[in-house]
Design a protein around this ligand. Sequence first.
Ligand code: SF4
Length: 98
Amino acid sequence: MKQYFSFQWHITDECDQRCRHCYIFSGDACKKLDSMSWAQMEDTFYNCLDFCEVYGRLPYFYLTGGDPILHPDFWRLLALFKERGVPFTIMGNPFHFY
Ligand code: SF4
């Protein structure tokens, strides 16, 4: 059985929390928050799958940010994971699930 290769994937800086320890908000408080475009996300996703194919591994993703749930294409990305049968874990904060 192939072993997993895991990717920790930061898809957005967006987050509506402001934890004191957070590296995103610790420096320049006026920094423009970045997010990946859908084209960049698709490109990254398929590059990761290609990498795993070449090295004989199964892909596993940890989705993070910021709060990845706030990315406008978050659910579209989950649909892509489901379509390709790729397992993942969400490493956001649970604020928007309440
Ligand atoms: S990204 Fe995480 S650590 Fe940073 S402010 Fe948001 S919830 Fe807090």
